[in-house]
Design a protein around this ligand. Structure first.
Ligand code: NDP
Length: 347
């Protein structure tokens, strides 16, 4: 069985969902009530892949909401409790979705193997970052030419270049895609210099310097909502792949030569018959999902029960090849630009 640990996108959405599921007393509660609410296994699902492989899965709502991010102990407890529940339910491989993987990494939860009387087995969990990195690279490779960008002549900025996903994306774009130049953006200089050395190239720039030079921009950092960028300084055309969470770039940039694509999203070849993506603002919630969730499904399809994506900067091109091939074989495709964006590019 595969598992997905997720959460609602806001406290209001969470209350709405709880009401729909018949948890009236929790739905009416304030944030303090929600802080003490345990995780819930809210859905079981059966999925058959494009080559006929059948698997079972479960969705666990961690009962975390982004409004709890400032409450360190609560956030930590929510993630660990959801992982404990996944393990107790005997799930082979579970993906940490949305803020749960960020909380796991940033709050260094690796030190918290013991949850009450359960010793967490890290092998049963994956961040899903290898598949996410592969999907973002394919989204760039497929969509850039459609709007007139030749990647062999293009400058591609990676914002969050030194992160787990960003560094894997940089390695792929430099070695496999062969983009003309990588613009490496992050705040800390030392990891940027180490990455540049590893890649044997790439230009280290700050955000303001990189954006006006970039034909394509891959965002793989969670950036503040208040970030202001003067869109008139950007190139036309410019492809932006919004790989961060939450995804908030299309409202800022879409239009007049700037094409924003939701990054790290895949579409299954058929409807799955689940409800779990309804609240994740997917255009087709029956088929579309975060690539990190799909990684757990792929590992189950492949009977590869191991923490495939784990820790920071362990993603290799070989692992990206493996998960990418599995993704295509089992019926996933990467999300592309919508018709309106493509029409605007041709006009
Ligand atoms: P990491 O924490 O490993 O990396 C974050 C990167 O962003 C680092 O390079 C960091 O470097 C940089 N960064 C952070 N803040 C800023 C800033 N203000 N300006 C410039 N750079 C910044 O994260 P991951 O690689 O694990 O994840 C990256 C993003 O992808 C997250 O938002 C995550 O939620 C999202 N994600 C999406 C998935 C999907 O399925 N679509 C799945 C998994 C993750 P520095 O600190 O030096 O600035």
């Amino acid at each position: 069985m595969f598992g997905l640990i997720g959460h609602s996108t806001s406290f209001d959405d969470a209350k709405e969902k709880a009401k729909g599921l018949g948890y009236e007393h929790i739905a009416k509660g304030d944030l303090d009530v929600w802080c003490s609410a345990p995780p819930q296994l809210v859905e079981h699902v059966n999925v058959v892949s494009a080559i006929g492989k059948r698997i079972e899965g479960a969705y666990i709502d961690s009962c975390f909401v982004p409004e709890m991010l400032g409450r360190f102990k609560t956030a930590r407890r929510k993630v660990l409790n959801a992982m404990e529940l996944a393990q107790k339910k005997g799930i082979n491989i579970t993906a940490l979705g949305g803020f749960t993987s960020i909380i796991f990494e940033n709050f260094n939860l690796l030190q918290n193997k013991q949850v009450r009387n359960t010793t967490l087995e890290w092998e049963s969990f994956t961040t899903g970052n290898t598949h996410t990195a592969w999907v973002i690279c394919r989204q760039l490779e497929i969509n850039a030419p459609l709007i007139g960008i030749d990647l062999r002549k293009a400058r591609v900025a990676v914002v969050g270049a030194t992160g787990d996903i960003g560094s894997a994306v940089c390695r792929w774009l430099s070695e496999r895609t062969g983009v003309a130049e990588l613009l490496l953006v992050a705040r800390q200089q030392k990891p940027l210099q180490d990455l540049q050395k590893d890649l044997g190239g790439g230009q280290i720039l700050n955000l303001e310097e990189a954006l006006p030079q970039a034909d394509a921009i891959i965002w793989v950092a969670s950036l503040p909502k208040t970030l202001e960028i003067d869109r008139s300084t950007l190139k036309n055309p410019c492809l932006m792949i919004d790989g961060g969470y939450p995804k908030n770039l299309d409202s800022k940039f879409n239009g007049s030569g700037i094409h924003v694509l939701k990054g790290g999203i895949v579409e299954f070849f058929t409807d799955i018959g689940w409800n779990m993506m309804e609240l994740a603002a997917m255009d087709k919630p029956q088929r579309q999902m975060f690539a990190c969730f799909a990684e757990a499904m792929l590992l189950e399809f492949e009977e590869c029960h191991t923490n495939f994506s784990w820790g920071r900067n362990n993603i290799t091109l070989q692992k990206m090849d493996f998960i990418g091939e599995a993704s295509v074989r089992h019926g996933f495709s990467v999300l592309g630009l919508n018709e309106a964006s493509l029409q605007a590019a041709i006009a």
